[in-house]
Every structure is written in structure tokens, then in C-alpha cells.
Design a protein around this ligand. Structure first.
Ligand code: ATP
Length: 370
């Protein structure tokens, strides 16, 4: 049993986790749900030793753990597959899996990859494999460490049967997701996190999507992608080219929401101010700051302007990028996986914004994520 007792994470001006107490039983799958910025990834970072909590304790089978860094977490059997797997694109799958592991672990590579990367040559370079295979390579890398607790932070793909088999082998699996459907289908228990606290922990068998929506956001509507959005067989590189051609040519701004928000639409080392004003190179500092604050208000994001972008949760970053693009009044906007990381409320807000824009003649195109 993994037990969290009164876990707190506080930054100078923000409390992110405010006394999280939870028990996770072995052999079970848990889903962690909550609004953008609720503290889901922070909780994963605490368990994996990336962040030291400001308060609280973690116990594994009643033994208190002292997790000060990722090495300690791995030693305790806690491993995380992060939202954006860190693999070296130009080396092979096999070499990626070999990085930082012992000889004993290397022996597990054939068996694990047979299961998670069926039919794939391990000599293939990572840049040539699909997104799903990239994820499964990272997952295999995590499993090489023979974890007792496996945390999956917004996994893009999960084979229900394989994940159930994995849990049955005695592992605790914690999935962080925004998909209520996935949470209900794939897990045994659903944990709802709100304002840094556990709102509810319930059996997935008895909970419904409507109940979660209502409980977390007070929403009762069903959210679907509006059918006025045109789907087009266009790649992100083609959109970038299109934009390059029109940039500075006194023509209409072409909006673009990339699938890779962390590096294509932003950079972790930018300040939030630089992120907001990427298209606004001219202007007085005060005006630009006011503009940025308005953007953050519209995005409903509470962050200081001179904080680094890496302090934003995934969903918060996506909200700012969306607002930044829409603020330029595009006549045409290309979206690649635009709701990625958005919570249900932000997704609904985006859909209704797009609906309004479409009514006003803005061309909205959904592109294909490769
Ligand atoms: N270094 C930091 N300084 C200040 N605030 C931070 C820092 N790191 C994270 N935060 C804040 O912690 C909060 C929780 O972030 P976290 O990534 O855990 O949220 P989340 O629930 O995973 O959200 P999402 O669904 O958007 O991924 C956010 O408000 C974020 O801005």
C-alpha cells in the first residue's frame, strides 16, 4: 500500500497541494482527475522525487519513505512516465532504453519490448517511430526499473487490457488524465482533486462522467467538437510555411496552435511575459504588461508575469497559447490537437469561442497530428 499523508506543496504566492491524504492499494489502477492547475502533475512530481513537498509524509507498506530526488523514488519503486517523454530522437530505441540502467535491467529489454512494441525493430531510430511507439518506448523504459508504483501523466495511448494485466502483476498504477471516459473505463478508482485537496475517491464502477463534470466544474452539458470545424489533410510544417509567406506581408494573420505547445509554441525558459507578448515586439513596457495581464485573465491563469513558462501546468500553457493566437484576430486558424491538456471547462469555453469566430467568418481548420 502506498499512503500519502497531508502532502503540501506551497510556492511563495501559491498553495498547490493543501494536505493531500490518499491510499493506493497494490494491483489497482487509479485515475487522478482535476481542473487545470489542480496539482495533479505536482503530486506526481512529489512521488517521483522531482519536487520536495513543503509538508506531509509518504509511506510504502507502512514504512516512511524519504524521497529527496528521483534516484530515491526509483529505489523505492516509484517511476513516472511524463507527459512529454524525454527520448533522444536520433538514436535507436534500444540505445534509448539502455541509458542509465544496470546490466540486469538490460536483460529485460527483449521481453518488455516484445509486449509494448510488437513487430518493431529495436535498431530503429526514435525519430522514425510513431507517437504511440514513442510513448510505449518510454513506458518500457519505466517498466525496466520494475516499479511497484507506476505513474502515467496524461498518457496519449493506453491499451486497456495490457494496463490491466500490468496492474494484476501487483503494481499500483496511477493515471493522470482529463478524459472522464478513460478514467472510468481504465481504472478501479477515480480520485477527484480540487484546489489542492482530494474532493472524492470513488469506485470507477459507480461513478459517471456527468457526475464528475458536475462535481469538478458544475457543468452538466456534454461537450463535443463542433461540426463546423473543417478537417484538412495539412501538416504542421505546411502551416508554418504558409505563415512564413504571409508574415510581414501586410496580409491577414494566420493563427496556428501547434501540437507541441512546450517547444513549438513556447519555450520553458521564456518568462510568462515573453510568452504572452511573442507577437508584440513594439510597445511600452507598461502597455505590454497590461496586455499580458488581460491575456492571462482571459485564459483564467493565475501566474506572475516574470515567472518562467515552465512553472505553468500543461493546461495553463495551452490556454495562454490559445488566447495569444486569438488576440491577433486571425481570419484563418489552424489547430493541431487544440484541447490537449485542457480540462472540461476550458474545452467547452474553447468550443464556444470557436463557434463565435466561425459565425463571424473566421476559417477554422483542424490539421492532422503526425
Ligand atoms: N515553480 C513553480 N512556481 C510557482 N508555481 C508553480 C511552480 N510549478 C508549478 N506551479 C503551479 O502549480 C500549479 C499546479 O500545477 P500542476 O502542473 O500540478 O497542475 P495540473 O493539475 O497537473 O494541471 P494540468 O491539468 O493543466 O496539467 C499551477 O498553478 C502551476 O502554475
Amino acid at each position: 500500500m502506498l499512503s500519502l499523508r497531508d502532502i503540501c506543496v506551497k510556492y511563495s504566492y501559491k498553495t498547490v497541494l493543501n494536505g493531500v491524504t490518499l491510499d493506493f492499494e497494490e494491483g489497482k489502477i487509479y485515475s487522478l482527475l482535476g481542473e487545470n492547475g489542480a496539482g495533479k502533475s505536482t503530486l506526481a512530481h512529489v512521488l517521483c522525487g522531482d519536487i520536495l513537498p513543503t509538508g506531509g509524509s509518504i509511506y510504502l507498506n507502512e514504512k516512511k519513505l524519504n524521497i529527496r530526488n528521483p534516484k530515491d523514488a526509483i529505489k523505492s519503486g516509484i517511476v513516472c512516465v511524463h507527459q512529454r517523454p524525454l527520448l533522444a530522437p536520433s538514436i535507436s530505441i534500444r540505445d534509448n532504453l539502455r541509458i542509465g540502467i544496470s546490466h540486469k535491467m538490460t536483460k529485460l529489454i527483449p521481453e518488455l519490448t516484445k509486449k509494448w512494441l510488437p513487430g518493431r525493430e529495436l535498431s530503429e531510430t526514435v525519430k522514425n517511430i510513431s507517437e504511440q511507439e514513442v510513448f510505449n518506448t518510454s513506458l518500457s523504459g519505466a517498466l525496466l526499473k520494475s516499479p511497484f508504483v507506476l505513474i502515467l501523466d496524461e498518457p496519449p495511448f493506453l491499451d486497456t487490457q495490457k494496463i490491466r494485466d500490468l496492474a494484476k502483476s501487483g503494481i499500483i498504477i496511477i493515471i493522470i488524465t482529463h478524459s472522464f471516459k478513460e478514467a472510468i473505463e481504465k481504472s478501479d478508482e477515480v480520485v477527484l482533486l480540487k484546489d489542492g485537496r482530494v474532493l472524492e475517491k470513488t469506485s470507477a464502477k459507480t461513478i459517471t462522467e456527468e457526475y464528475i463534470k458536475e462535481k469538478l466544474f458544475g457543468l452538466t452539458k456534454t461537450i463535443t467538437m463542433p461540426d463546423f470545424i473543417e478537417e484538412k489533410d495539412i501538416t504542421e510544417d505546411e502551416v508554418m510555411e504558409l505563415r512564413k509567406k504571409t508574415l510581414g506581408a501586410n496580409s491577414d494573420f494566420i493563427g496556428y496552435i501547434p501540437s507541441d505547445r512546450t517547444f513549438r509554441a513556447s519555450n520553458p525558459n521564456l518568462t510568462v511575459f515573453q510568452l504572452c507578448t511573442a507577437y508584440r515586439t513594439n510597445g511600452k513596457q507598461k502597455e505590454l504588461e497590461d496586455y499580458s495581464k488581460t491575456l492571462l485573465e482571459k485564459a483564467d491563469v493565475n501566474i506572475r508575469l516574470y515567472e518562467k513558462a515552465l512553472c505553468l501546468s500543461g493546461g495553463m500553457l495551452q490556454r495562454i497559447i490559445l488566447e495569444r493566437e486569438l488576440a491577433e484576430s486571425p481570419k484563418e486558424i489552424y489547430l493541431f490537437d487544440p484541447t490537449h491538456g485542457l480540462d472540461a471547462e476550458a474545452t467547452e469555453r474553447l468550443y464556444s469561442r470557436l463557434q463565435g469566430l466561425a459565425k463571424n467568418g473566421v476559417k477554422i481548420i483542424i490539421g492532422k497530428v503526425e
